[in-house]
Design a protein around this ligand. Structure first.
Ligand SMILES: [Zn+2]
Length: 481
């Protein structure tokens, strides 16, 4: 465990209590949160976590009194200075528009949020005990009061209130809970509600690449992977931790963005938010559990900031077959994708000859490389089996405005024995991957095991998106029979 996590209170509870009233039943649900990766990192960057709520003083001499700010979907009570309060409201509005679009349900009434920077400027009794406790802890909580009809249990109204410290990320995380609680009456099981609330704070329009808190990357990449079952079927008990939020986020991020699974993820989520009894992970994904486990593990082992699940989704559909000396297996491998199906089924020690044409680049203005990672200035024929580049340099577009995103840093250095741009293979067999191996530039290689051959252009896993080009391959068996 990282030192900065030591002070984390492993405490999280989902408590419900009912108060019977004459006309109906009010149920108050608490979604308590530990200080998130976001706030932990932020706290860590300052000197001390102990005084975190008060540690950031307003810039002016006058302390900021709590004031009310309103936007289309929020009523914000905060002691943040006006410019920061406006900025927070802007971020919350952007997020609410993205998540309400995702869940297909517009927010019905303003979400009330208390966001605290300096507790000392707030009057006594400004918060209920649960809210105060979480603010003192440097975290947040969402209280949802649900009115249900006695007898039928039908939800007839819900009101959610957020109490959170002003650390970046926490108000957004809580606001996701508040939106779900107020508009659906439920927030779903812990893995879903917390995973999606974590996603909510990172959500950007039209972007699926990983941009979570860097500490979440470091933590997951340095940990023994937590199984899918351990996340989805964990008992919802107290004693939860910051670290568990990372695993839940990872699973939700994968399922919400991977084209193999996202079609089913949204309806599953809606079912969970509406408390439908058939909306369970097992019902929805049971038939794909091996595939999900494989891709989930792969994600945990390879992701970093900037990693795109859409470019690395596993190809479960392509059919594989044996090659002969006269009938090659052909395929096209794109530079900007992860492992891709070659269509070739191999037996251990079987020998092959691969010929390639085409070239690729590892960035917009990087050199043109043949499939063996060697620079090719101009199209020129090479030896048998080696690349013949027919690609022309991509035209320099006048402006690079479109699809140009800021580069995100790498948290876990990428390690590889291969040359960047080199064609690399791996064998997939019964949901296990063998050791990757390079295809040598003479094109001759021997299968190290039985399996389906997957290929890719060697490159850091979080830097595939700006790669250009593709290569067409023919693979023949060198065995005579
Ligand atoms: Zn939460």
């Amino acid at each position: 465990m990282k030192p900065f996590l030591d002070s984390t209170r492993d405490r999280r509870a989902s408590v419900s209590r009912g108060i019977v009233l004459l006309l109906g039943l009010f149920i108050v649900t608490l979604l308590n949160d530990v200080a998130s990766a976001q706030s932990k990192g932020a706290v860590n960057n300052k000197e001390k976590g102990a005084d975190k709520v008060k540690s950031k003083k307003p810039t002016s001499d006058e302390p900021n009194r709590p004031r009310d700010y309103r936007s289309a979907n929020f009523l914000l009570h905060t002691d943040l200075p006006k410019d920061e309060a406006d900025e927070l409201l802007k971020r919350l509005e952007t997020m609410i528009s993205l998540i309400s679009k995702y869940w297909g349900r517009p927010n019905k009434q303003p979400l009330e949020c208390f966001v605290v920077r300096d507790l000392s400027v707030w009057p006594q009794g400004a918060f209920p005990p649960e809210g105060l406790a979480k603010i003192e802890e440097g975290a947040g909580v969402t209280l949802t009061q649900t009115r249900v009809l006695r007898g039928t249990g039908e939800i007839v109204g819900a009101k959610a209130t957020v109490y959170a410290v002003a650390n970046r990320g926490i108000p957004q995380h809580e606001a996701v809970h508040a939106y779900c609680g107020q508009n659906f009456g439920h927030t779903g099981p812990i893995w879903y509600s917390e995973g999606m609330a974590e996603m909510g704070q990172y959500w950007k329009a039209g972007e699926s690449r990983v941009n979570c808190h860097p500490e979440a990357v470091r933590y997951i990449r340095s940990s023994e992977p937590k199984s899918l079952n351990a996340i989805v079927n964990a008992r919802e008990i107290t004693g939860d931790s910051w670290e568990n939020y990372c695993w839940r986020w990872a699973l939700c991020h994968l399922l919400a963005n991977n084209p193999n699974y996202y079609d089913r993820f949204r309806p599953l989520g809606l079912g969970l938010l509406m408390d439908k009894s058939d909306a369970t992970f097992e019902n929805v994904y049971g038939s794909m559990s091996k595939e999900i486990s494989f891709e989930y593990l792969f994600f945990l082992q390879h992701f970093d900031l900037g990693y795109e699940v859409t470019l690395t989704a596993w190809d479960w559909k392509t059919k594989f077959r044996r090659a002969t000396s006269s009938v090659p297996v052909t395929c096209t491998i794109e530079a900007n994708h992860g492992w891709q199906a070659s269509r070739l089924l191999v037996k251990v020690d079987e020998e092959f000859e691969l010929t390639a044409e085409g070239a690729w680049q590892l960035s917009d203005d990087g050199p043109l490389l043949n499939p063996f990672g060697e620079e090719v200035e101009t199209p020129k024929p090479t030896n048998v089996g080696a690349a013949v580049s027919k690609a022309t340099k991509p035209k320099k577009t006048g402006s690079k405005t479109e699809s140009k995103q800021e580069a995100l840093p790498t948290m876990v250095p990428y390690q590889s024995n291969f040359t960047p741009g080199q064609l690399v293979g791996v064998l997939f067999n019964d949901y296990e991957l063998g050791e990757p191996f390079a295809i040598p530039s003479n094109g001759n290689f021997k299968a190290p095991a039985d399996g389906q051959l997957f290929l890719r252009c060697e490159e850091s896993w979080n830097k595939l998106a700006d790669n250009k080009g593709k290569v067409n391959l023919k693979i023949r068996s060198r065995d005579t029979n």
